[in-house]
Design a protein around this ligand. Structure first.
Ligand code: PLP
Length: 364
């Protein structure tokens, strides 16, 4: 790089991030057809979006005009869906963008963000990019959050933000209501990521945002509504934060296709929820079947995926064995997860194929 080009030194010395392999690349590597692959590595919705979304996108009008910077109609439909006034809702290009907007709003250089790994990677990945200092408070052996340790760390570092994923990705567990209550007593803002709440037997915390004052809830259309490729998520914020958020949000962050697709999905909730119910059934079926296999020890999940400890072989070898048969699952080369894999719930037919393959591996 030329001496004139002076990029941030912390980024120059950062190690590169390895994103997941695309289906095409994967299929090419295996010499298989994309349609024969079963992608169970990213908790996407294997049924895809509502058929009405495909129709709406095929008829998309006014692509040459910028989208509504306020996502007004979408926020009205979200108000009806979650029962919180649209004045407290902000939309983003995925919940991922809202994580960034929150960091931009709160973090001054060196401010502390508490993270509770093993959990969703983006909190720990994004915080340093916005000059935050991440303090990791590891979860217990059963992946429950260590509230005492969080309280200690929060006070010691005067932490500003605490990210909590509920249900947690990748472990699938919830956080006790009494623990949430204790954490909201801390002198910081609690960001609860409910990307998978539609799959859980638990009420969303969105109705608590108004009273708590220091609670932010993130939600997304990526998983339950099958819109991951379009990037649309939203956050529910205390009213006092809204004018500040509108100042810093990029005006056209939710693109037209995403905006329309999300609106149409929210007009087809009953249909989409039948698919959510099917995925929950498949997740329960997987959990029971995995527990009977010698090489897997599953954790109870409240989401659309199951985390497993892999026994008798390395998790990486197990992942590769499934990949050779065209089934893609998630392996983590990370502390506490080296011997684990996460498998997303598939369609009933995909789970049939997965379970057949696992039975073969178990007897070979
Ligand atoms: C998938 C996922 C997201 C990402 O949501 P997008 O709306 O697609 O950006 C956020 N949080 C968690 C925990 C996720 O697993």
């Amino acid at each position: 790089m030329s001496e004139k080009v002076r990029i941030r030194r912390d980024i120059a010395s950062m190690s590169a991030y390895t994103p997941t392999t695309s289906l095409d690349v994967f299929a090419g590597r295996l010499g298989m057809d994309v349609k024969d692959l079963i992608k169970l590595d990213a908790n996407e919705n294997p049924f895809g979006p509502s058929p009405r979304v495909k129709e709406a996108l095929a008829n998309l009008q006014h692509v040459h005009v910028y989208p509504d910077p306020e996502s007004g109609r979408l926020r009205e439909l979200l108000e009806a869906y979650i029962g919180v006034p649209k004045e407290q809702i902000l939309c983003g290009a995925g919940a991922d963008e809202l994580i960034e907007i929150i960091l931009q709003l709160f973090i001054e250089p060196g401010d502390v963000v508490i993270n509770t790994p093993p959990t969703f990677a983006m909190y720990g990945f994004d915080a340093p990019l916005y000059h935050g200092q991440v303090i990791d408070v590891y979860r217990r052996e059963d992946f429950s959050v260590d509230v005492d340790a969080i309280e200690t760390a929060a006070r010691q570092h005067s932490a500003k933000l605490l990210f909590l994923c509920l249900p947690n990705n990748p472990s699938g567990n919830l956080i006790d209501a009494s623990d949430i209550h204790r954490l909201l007593e801390l002198p910081l803002t609690v960001v609860v990521d409910e990307a998978y709440i539609e799959f859980a037997e638990r009420e969303s915390l969105v109705s608590r945002v108004g009273d708590a004052g220091n609670l932010i809830v993130l939600r997304t259309m990526s998983k339950w509504a099958g819109l991951a490729g379009l990037r649309v998520g939203y956050g529910v914020f205390p009213s006092a934060l809204m004018p500040q958020l509108w100042k810093i949000k990029q005006p056209y962050n939710v693109n037209l296709a995403a905006d329309i697709a999300a609106q149409v999905s929210l007009q087809d909730v009953n249909f989409l929820m039948t698919r959510v119910a099917t995925l929950v059934q498949q997740r329960m079926r997987m959990q029971i079947a995995f527990a009977e296999l010698p090489m897997l020890s599953p954790y109870a999940s409240q989401s659309n995926f199951v985390l497993n400890r892999v026994l008798g072989m390395s998790a990486e070898a197990f992942r590769d064995r499934l990949a050779r048969a065209g089934i893609i699952v998630r392996y983590y080369n990370k502390p506490r997860l080296e011997d684990h894999i996460r498998i997303s719930a598939g369609t009933p037919e995909q789970v049939d194929r997965l379970l057949q393959l696992l039975a073969q591996i178990a007897t070979s």
